[in-house]
Ligand binder design. Structure first.
Ligand code: PLP
Length: 364
């Protein structure tokens, strides 16, 4: 294993980071850019910080091909605060949004928007399939400030490869668990947000990509929640999460070196295919998502159908260094999160262990 910790970490978030990035952070710790200070200690008003911030921003712009008509904000509060912030900033005219309900996180987005007085119209739902299939057909009635979509459903294990037809409505996307792991056209969205701790870096940073002409419609928002104030101050209205931005910047460089999002998408498809190929042929393990075109490449839930056996599997896998495979309580069973930094060898190790486990329990 070339993983520093000598384990494979299948955690859904905070999640695995590239080994080379961890090593670089370690090497740069005592003295960041020969300043005699570590990056944990530098001022957010220093040129050291500003250089790092602008580099990270421009690398992200390059990676996602973000047009100049979009602002990139580095925020805090996680994706969860963006459920509210997007509503406060963008749901100003109709005070009404359409929610594409593809699972737990989209429902949370709807609930938080309602808390700030926005009407939430469920325009589509995956409920009939138990959220194992994605809704594509939207039932749009009247005017909306925007439609909200969760591009990858971290818990349910589904992912939009093509976006539903929005009939000219603005689209807001929560990309927390597949940003930079799957190619999307930024132009299809008015706003994209993502917590960094799944597919980018450590927790504490939240990415917001917003079309500039959408800024400034909201009146009298708390400054921290006001995108246009944040944009004017380069996301440093108050002390930004310096370390998380630094780490994200290193991950962006790592991604650029490896060929960017298209290359990552290929790698992710290959990893997910290896696991799904095994699951589809196993008589012991079953994938939670059977519709192939809706399957996420970054989060793969599966189970045996027997809770006690699932628990035993997780326990024995953990002992083998295959960590954090326990599924989310809403789905049960197991979940393998295979984000960008997760190595192919880790999936091979998991499949080899599943084969062995299936034999020892006498595969049906
Ligand atoms: C994890 C997750 C969230 C919540 O993220 P926080 O940054 O912890 O608020 C929201 N949406 C999706 C799709 C997620 O995977």
């Amino acid at each position: 294993m070339d993983n520093v910790t000598e384990v494979y970490n299948f955690s859904a978030g905070p999640a695995v980071l590239p080994v080379s990035v961890i090593k670089k952070m370690q090497a740069e710790q005592p003295s960041f850019k020969d300043s005699g200070m570590s990056v944990l200690e530098i001022s957010h008003r220093s040129s050291l910080y500003e250089e790092m911030f602008h580099q990270a921003k421009s690398d992200l712009r390059k990676l996602m091909k973000i047009p100049d008509t979009y602002e990139i904000l580095f925020q805090q509060g996680g994706a969860t605060l963006q459920f509210t912030a997007t509503a406060l900033n963008l749901a100003t005219k109709q005070k009404r949004i359409g929610l594409i309900d593809s699972g737990h996180w989209s429902q949370r987005a709807g609930q938080e928007a309602q808390l700030v007085g926005v009407e939430v119209d469920p325009v589509a739902s995956g409920q009939a399939s138990g959220y194992t299939e994605l809704p594509y057909q939207l039932n749009l009635t009247g005017a909306y400030d925007y439609l909200h979509i969760t591009t990858n459903n971290t818990i349910e294990g589904t992912m939009y490869r093509r976006l539903p037809a929005t009939e000219g409505n603005l689209l807001v996307g929560d990309m927390s668990s597949n940003i930079l792991g799957q190619s999307y056209d930024v132009n299809d969205f008015g706003l994209i947000y993502a917590g960094a701790q799944k597919n980018i870096g450590p927790a504490g940073l939240t990415i917001v990509i917003v079309k500039k002409d959408l800024l400034g419609q909201a009146q009298a928002l708390p400054a921290m929640l006001d995108y246009s104030k944040q944009a004017k101050k380069d996301s440093a209205l108050n002390t930004p999460p310096v370390f998380a931005i630094y780490a994200a910047g290193l991950v962006f460089k790592w991604l650029l070196d490896l060929g960017g999002v298209a290359a990552m998408q290929k790698r992710n498809e290959k990893k997910a295919a290896l696991l799904y190929d095994y699951l589809d042929n196993s008589t012991l393990f079953k994938p939670a998502v059977t519709k192939v075109s809706d399957r996420s490449t970054t989060n793969v839930p599966f189970m045996t159908g027997d809770e006690a056996l699932d628990a035993r599997f997780i326990e024995e896998a953990t002992a083998q260094g295959l960590l954090n495979l326990k599924g989310h309580r809403l789905v049960g069973g197991m979940r393998a999160s295979l984000y960008n930094a997760f190595p192919y060898e880790g999936v091979e190790a998991l499949v080899a262990f599943m084969e062995k486990f299936a034999k020892t329990v006498g595969e049906k």
